[in-house]
Design a protein around this ligand. Structure first.
Ligand code: HEC
Length: 126
């Protein structure tokens, strides 16, 4: 009976070790490396930008609830903050802007790159 103890400990060790091993990319690279980031071609406002902003911003910045007097959620409002620089300034945590999303983790590199590409293209309604 005493002889199997090291064996049991070895198996327990293997199980513990393997349960701590993550090979998911988003866990290994939490800021989201730009691999698998689809910003090839034109970035569509409705298909790409809105889903990101909806998930991370509109809960605090809508027409009826414009935190900090910043309304978002329509093309006109989203374009206005794109054009005045505060959209990219706030999500990239640039100096002089309140870092957004407020009190939450910085957006992933891919989300930021997607929005930047749309802004740099002149924030089209596409
Ligand atoms: C939890 C609520 C909350 C969320 C989520 C949030 N904001 Fe804000 N935002 C605020 C508040 C409150 C202010 C007013 C300034 C401050 O308190 O920092 C603000 C200010 C701003 C400003 C003006 C900043 C400046 O310095 O001119 C912009 C632009 C902005 N938010 C964009 C965004 C964007 C884009 C997102 C999504 C990535 C977002 N916000 C998510 C609450 C939020």
């Amino acid at each position: 009976m005493k002889n199997i103890l090291p064996l049991v400990m070895l198996f327990a060790g293997i199980i513990l070790f393997s349960s701590c091993y993550y090979d998911k990319e988003e866990l290994l690279y939490p800021t989201g490396a730009l691999t698998n980031c689809d910003t090839v071609g034109t970035v569509s406002y409705s298909a790409k930008v809105v889903p990101i902003l909806q998930q991370k911003c509109y809960s605090c910045h809508s027409i009826s609830f414009p935190s900090g007097n910043v309304a978002m959620s329509t093309y006109a409002t989203d374009k206005a903050i794109a054009v005045n620089g505060s959209l990219y300034g706030s999500i990239s945590h640039a100096g002089g802007y309140s870092p957004m999303p407020k009190d939450a983790a910085k957006m992933t590199a891919c989300e930021i790159a997607t929005i930047k590409k749309w802004v740099d293209a002149g924030s089209p309604n596409n």
